[in-house]
Design a protein around this ligand. Structure first.
Ligand code: NAP
Length: 480
C-alpha cells in the first residue's frame, strides 16, 4: 500500500508551517507526485535561526534524564509506526521497501544509542600539579553543548542520516536546524513528528525544507550557527567549508570504495558480499563497493561468479518484496551514470554485464579493463556500477586502492592475519572491514573518511564529541 500524504508543512521553530511556494516530491520510478513541501525562503531561515537561540538555551538546560526520556520515546514512536516511515523512504527515495525497512530499524537504533550516550557525556579531573606553579590547584573539565547546529543532509538515507545529526545534538543539549535534501524531505519531517510526539520542547529542532542554493547560505554563514554538520557530495562540501567561516565543521562526503580479494579468500563469501556492497540502494551509498582488486589466481573464478550473481538481481518496482534494486534518485542521475559508463567503454573498458538505462533505472553494471585515467575510475560513481581489476599481489592492490582522492571505508577478503594487518596499516581509509566489503557499518562506531571523504566523525558518541566543547574548571586553594 502506497503512502500518500498531501501538502506537508515544514517544522519551523516549534510550529508546523506552510510556505508561499511549494516543492513537489516525486517518486523516481514513475514520476508521480508523492507530496508537496514548502519551499522555505531566506527570511524563513533567518526566523528559524532567531528562534533556535531560545531553543539552544532550552536544550542546554534540559536535564540528562529528560533528554534520555525524549530520545527513548522518539525511538519507540518510530518503531511503532515503522511501516509508515518505511513507505515514505521508499516512495520519495530510490530504496526498495526491504531496504527502507532496514533504514527505519537503523534509525530506531541511532536514536536509542543517542539516549544511552546522553549519560556518558563525561569530563575528567586534571592533575594541575604536573607543572610547577600548579600546586594547590584542583579541577576538571566537562563537555558543554556548542549551541546551534546547522545540519544539511543528502537524499540517499533520508531518515537515518538525519537521525545521526538530530540524535547526538539532542543528547548533547544543542539546538539543531535540519535542511534535508530537496528530493527527499518527507522522511526528515516524519523524524520531527516523532520528536514532537516525544515531547521535545519547541525551538530545539527545526526541519526547514527548501533549496540549498536559496536557503543554504543563510544557514551556513550565520554567526549564531556554531557548527555545520554536512553529509553530501564533495563539491558542495568544499563550497560550504569555504563559506562557513569560523565555526565547527563536520563533513561526511563521498568515496569510491575499494575491495581487495586475495587468492586465499572464501570466494563465495567474497562474491556475495561484493554484489550486495556494490548494488545495494542502486549503488547510491557513500560506502558502495566501486573498485574490486582480485589477486590473479582467483580472478577468473571471482569474475565469473560475480557476474553470475549480478545478473540474477531483480530490478524493478520498489514496493515489491521481490525487488532487489530500484531506480536512481532521478532520471538525470541515471543519465549521468550512463555517460560515465559510455565514456569508459569508449576509452577501452570491457562491459561484462549491464550498461542499459530505462528512465531512472540503470541496470547493475560490471566493467573490466577500465583505464585508470577514466572519470569512472577516479571519481565517485554513486550508481550501480562496479569496476573489476586483476592484480598480481596485495602490494599492488593496496597501491591501486590508495591512488584516488577518497578514503572512506575499504574491505579485504583473506585468511592471512599478516596480510590483513598489512592492509589495515597501509590503506588510507577511515575504516577497514576484514572478510567483509567496506559497506559494513553499525551506528555506534566512529564513521568518517580521510582525504576528500570528509572531516570529523559521526557514529553517535563521536558526533557528540564533535558537538560539544570541553570547559576547564580550576580551583586555586588557599595555602595556609
Ligand atoms: P549533494 O548534492 O551534495 O546535496 C547534499 C545536501 O546539500 C542537500 O541537502 C542539498 O540541498 C544541499 N546543498 C546543495 N547545495 C547547497 C548550498 N549551496 N548550500 C547549502 N546546502 C546545499 O548530495 P546528494 O546528491 O544529496 O547526496 C549524495 C552524496 O552524499 C554522495 O556524494 C555521497 O557519497 C554523499 N554521502 C556521504 C555520506 C557519508 O556519511 N560520508 C553518507 C551519505 C551520502 P538540495 O537538495 O536543496 O540541493
Amino acid at each position: 500500500m502506497a503512502t500518500h500524504l498531501t501538502g506537508q508543512r515544514m517544522f519551523l521553530a516549534g510550529k508546523w508551517v506552510s510556505g508561499e511556494r511549494t516543492i513537489d516530491v516525486y517518486d523516481p520510478q514513475d514520476n508521480s507526485v508523492v507530496d508537496t513541501v514548502p519551499a522555505a525562503t531566506a527570511d524563513d531561515m533567518l526566523r528559524c535561526i532567531e528562534a533556535a537561540k531560545t531553543g539552544a538555551e532550552t536544550a542546554a538546560a534540559m536535564p540528562v534524564h529528560e533528554r534520555m526520556s525524549i530520545l527513548t520515546k522518539a525511538a519507540a514512536y518510530i518503531e511503532e509506526h515503522a511501516d509508515r516511515y518505511a513507505q515514505t523512504i521508499s516512495r520519495e527515495g530510490s530504496k526498495t521497501i526491504r531496504e527502507a525497512r532496514k533504514e527505519v530499524m537503523r534509525c530506531v537504533q541511532t536514536i536509542r544509542i543517542s539516549a544511552e550516550e546522553t549519560r556518558r557525556i563525561h569530563g575528567e579531573t586534571i592533575p594541575f600539579d604536573q607543572t610547577p606553579g600548579g600546586e594547590n590547584r584542583v579541577g576538571y573539565y566537562y563537555r558543554f553543548p556548542i549551541g546551534i547546529i546547522g545540519a544539511i543532509t543528502p537524499f540517499n538515507d533520508p531518515l537515518n542520516l538525519v537521525a545521526h545529526k538530530v540524535g547526538p545534538a539532542i543528547a548533547s543539549g544543542n539546538a539543531i536546524i535540519v535542511k534535508p535534501a530537496t528530493v527527499t524531505p518527507l522522511s526528515a519531517l516524519l523524524l520531527a513528528e516523532a520528536f514532537v510526539q516525544a515531547g521535545l520542547p519547541p525551538k530545539v529542532l527545526s526541519v526547514v525544507t527548501g533549496h540549498g542554493s536559496e536557503i543554504g547560505d543563510v544557514l551556513v554563514t550565520h554567526p549564531a550557527i556554531r557548527m555545520i554538520s554536512f553529509t553530501g557530495g564533495v563539491e558542495v562540501g568544499e563550497e560550504l567549508t569555504k563559506k562557513a567561516g569560523l565555526k565547527k565543521i563536520s563533513m561526511e562526503l563521498g568515496s569510491n570504495s575499494p575491495l581487495i580479494v586475495l587468492a586465499d579468500a572464501d570466494l563465495d563469501d567474497a562474491v556475495a558480499s561484493a554484489v550486495s556492497g556494490a548494488f545495494g540502494a542502486a549503488g547510491q551509498n557513500c560506502l558502495s563497493v566501486q573498485r574490486i582488486y582480485v589477486e590473479e589466481p582467483v580472478s577468473y573464478a571471482f569474475k565469473t561468479k560475480f557476474v553470475e550473481q549480478t545478473v540474477q538481481l531483480q530490478v524493478g518496482d520498489k514496493q515489491s518484496e521481490l525487488t532487489d534494486m530500484g531506480p536512481l534518485i532521478t532520471e538525470k542521475e541515471a543519465k549521468r551514470v550512463e555517460r560515465l559508463v559510455d565514456d569508459a567503454l569508449e576509452q577501452g573498458a570491457t562491459l561484462l554485464t549491464g550498461g542499459t538505462r530505462n528512465g531512472a533505472f540503470y541496470s547493475p553494471t560490471v566493467l573490466a579493463d577500465v583505464p585508470e585515467e577514466c572519470a569512472i575510475a577516479v571519481n565517485e560513481i554513486f550508481g550501480p556500477v562496479v569496476l573489476l581489476y586483476t592484480v598480481p599481489d596485495l602490494n599492488e592492490a593496496i597501491e591501486q586502492s590508495n591512488k584516488v582522492d577518497y578514503g572512506l571505508q575499504a574491505g579485504i577478503f583473506t585468511k592471512s592475519i599478516d596480510k590483513a594487518h598489512k592492509a589495515i596499516a597501509k590503506m588510507q581509509v577511515g575504516g577497514i572491514m576484514i572478510n567483509d566489503s567496506g559497506d559494513y557499518r553499525i551506528d555506534a562506531m566512529p564513521f568518517g573518511g580521510v582525504k576528500k571523504s570528509g572531516l570529523g566523525r559521526e557514529g553517535v558518541a563521536f558526533a557528540i564529541e564533535e558537538m560539544t566543547e570541553p570547559k576547564v574548571v580550576c580551583f586555586k586553594l588557599a595555602t595556609d
